[in-house]
Structures are given as C-alpha cells and as structure tokens.
Ligand binder design. Structure first.
Ligand code: SME
Length: 159
C-alpha cells in the first residue's frame, strides 16, 4: 500500500471514513473525502471518483469525484464501469482505445482501473473509477491496493 509521510493510504482512509450514521448524506460526505484522499495519494491520475448504483436498478449514477466533468449515467451494460458492475470484477485497462465499449468522458484518458463496491449480500452498490492520461499506468499492485480500499469503503458505508 502506498506510504506517505502521514502513514499508509489505508490507515488514512480508515481514519477518514469512521462513524457512518447510516444516512445517504454522510455516505456521500465520506466518499467525497475518500475521492480527495485518493487523488492526493495517487500519482499520474486525472480522474478519481465513484459511480453509485441506483437502488433497485442496474444503472450507475455519478457520485463524489475529483477531476473534470464526467458523464452522469452509465448502464451496467455499457462502458468499463458497467463491465465491472455487471461482472462483479475489477477491470484494469492498459489502453482504453483498445476497448470499443469504453466511454470517453475525458479524451485525455488513456488507461483506467475500475473496482466494484459491494453490499453485505454481494450486490454491487457502486464502483471506484480511476483514470490516467498514461497508457498502462495501473499495475496489479495498484489493483490490489484499490480493492483493499474499496472493501474498506464497502464495509464502512454499506453495512
Ligand atoms: N470511462 C468510463 C466512464 C466514466 S469516466 O472514465 C469518468 C467507462 O467506460 O465506463
């Protein structure tokens, strides 16, 4: 896990997302800070944020993020985010131009990492989406680290 002066990203994230009161407002509050913390820690990324599942549907809607204006609605049937949501698997794309289904919110995006977030019953409650302007930016280790972060957020904010 990435280490900085203030401790590991995970320990900072744990400190940040304590005390969820069960409200949607507070969940958004914590996800907003989580996106800011990730943006601060991750190098060479241009967009970090969350798409959240509209309850009872297979649609994602834009949640808290850092970066340029992004598309607001993504079906589970579309894009890299939709692929992660429908397969319940992380998706790491070295070159988004090789993926015809990729939704280009920012033409500068070259590579992408999307990690699903889960409810206790293993429904997808949203995805963590990270974009880079560098081809092949994300490593297996990045994927594992972000899966750990996503698991923490799922556990703290959807239980
Ligand atoms: N590229 C994503 C869409 C979201 S933006 O990257 C912020 C996709 O293909 O689902």
């Amino acid at each position: 896990m990435i280490e900085l002066g203030g401790g590991s990203l995970l320990s900072q994230m744990e400190a940040l997302v304590h005390d969820w009161d069960g409200s949607t407002e507070r969940r958004y509050c914590h996800l907003a800070n989580a996106s800011a913390l990730l943006c601060e820690h991750l190098e060479r990324v241009i967009w970090v944020g969350f798409y959240l599942t509209v309850p009872g549907t297979e649609r994602l809607v834009l949640g808290p993020f850092q970066g340029k204006v992004a598309c607001t609605d993504i079906s589970f049937t579309r894009g890299v985010c939709g692929l992660a949501a429908r397969t319940k698997q992380s998706v790491r794309i070295a070159d988004v131009h090789q993926i015809p289904d990729h939704i280009a919110c920012d033409s500068a995006s070259q590579s992408e990492l999307v990690i699903p977030l889960f409810s206790p019953s293993h429904d997808v409650v949203g995805v963590l989406d990270i974009d880079s302007a560098e081809v092949g930016r994300f490593t297996e280790e990045d994927q594992r680290d972000m899966e750990t972060v996503a698991a923490l957020l799922s556990h703290r904010l959807w239980t």
